[in-house]
Design a protein around this ligand. Sequence first.
Ligand SMILES: C[S@@+](CC[C@H](N)C(=O)[O-])C[C@H]1O[C@@H](n2cnc3c(N)ncnc32)[C@H](O)[C@@H]1O
Length: 278
Amino acid sequence: MPVIPGFLERLAFRANLAPVAILDVHGAASLHTVALADELGVFAALHGPRTLSDLAAALACEEDALRCLLDALVAVGYVGRSGDEYWRTRTTERWLTDGGDANLAPFARFWVDVVLPYWRDHAERAVREGDPGESLYDWLGDDEAAWATTQAGFRSSASLLVDPVAEALGDVSGARVLDLGGGHGTYAVELARRGASVTLVDRSPALEPAREAAADADVDGEPGTDSDADSDADSGYDLVLLFNVLHGHSPAEAATLLDRAAAALAPGGRLAILDQFG
Ligand SMILES: C[S@@+](CC[C@H](N)C(=O)[O-])C[C@H]1O[C@@H](n2cnc3c(N)ncnc32)[C@H](O)[C@@H]1O
């Protein structure tokens, strides 16, 4: 977790007596630390207490350098330490590993490896000219590794909401569902598990993770996938999802997507819009 100021520190920041911007720097450092630890396999390897030398050997890391990383993780509460022994904390168990409630480590890696480089190249132009020049997805191009990191990040954040969102959509058994910009397929797979017949539309580089998710899922109706995002030939859907798609588009593009969604609906069908990031 990013550094949380104590009572006296909060007072000092509020009274403008201390350089509060240092917390922004610590937040950025914390994000990079978590992403690197996940990439190296630190959280998975710390399933129980381990000595530094044992861990360094297991992860093929230089011992003193690994100690720096582990101590940084201790400082932000993700790793515990006693002497030379380290373990992952309950916070990490719950939010940064696969066995917990949600694993947000891939979301941290998506920010470090994809979002921040994209911002570095596009944010200034976006603010000066009101247009970044190219969307994040155009910028990703055909880079399969970057798409995989991106979809893993989206899947990670979707895992926080998929159950309550699926509940909120009500009974979808037998319904025809179109998941526009469905990406990794988490929502499509869950609705298929609940008896819907789901078609997922996305850009083609995004579809491989969705196909894998569909293949891994034990569902009766496997979600179909369709890369033809601009096609409006198919219609008659009972439910169209536009989840976390609109925020990445200009108002004109968003209007086109909404037209596409409306045209796909059967009479009386429902359009569900969700945006965690907008
Ligand atoms: C932030 S992700 C959301 C994924 C998933 N719906 C969710 O809520 O977790 C946005 C997805 O929309 C896709 N996308 C963006 N513009 C699109 C378009 N015009 N047509 C189809 N998919 C699009 C992207 O490739 C990406 O997979």
